[in-house]
Design a protein. Structure first.
Length: 117
């Protein structure tokens, strides 16, 4: 059974930084080669892709977070991270990590990020 547990959300002031973590269990060593990443959903808006990793190190970012957010993966610990720098109120949302594993997509429970102006 694959499980994803997010942590690191909270309240941060505009211009500040926050680091989210997503600990995966049940994937074994295939974590490092599975597509994985972060989505977010703001109130009244559709869920949108923030950043993703395909394979071992190919990354992709939404235009709105490029040069501010960095996705990384500690494959020894089966943990995915999202470093968020220079945040703004438009980054306020619930952030979800996901992993594609053996034809299914698994999601974390979500972590709230609130950016105050």
């Amino acid at each position: 059974q694959v499980q994803l547990v997010e942590s690191g959300g909270g309240l941060v002031q505009a211009g500040g930084s926050l680091k989210l973590a997503c600990a995966a269990s049940g994937t074994g060593s295939t974590f490092s080669i599975s597509p994985r990443g972060w989505y977010r959903q703001a109130p009244g808006k559709q869920r949108e892709l923030v950043a993703s990793i395909s394979g071992r190190d190919s990354t992709n970012y939404a235009d709105s977070v490029k040069r501010r957010f960095t996705i990384s993966s500690d494959n020894a610990a089966n943990t995915l991270y999202l470093q968020m720098n220079n945040v703004n109120p438009e980054d306020t949302a619930v952030y979800y990590c996901y992993i594609g594993w053996w034809g299914s997509t698994y999601w974390g429970q979500g972590t709230q990020v609130t950016v105050s102006s």
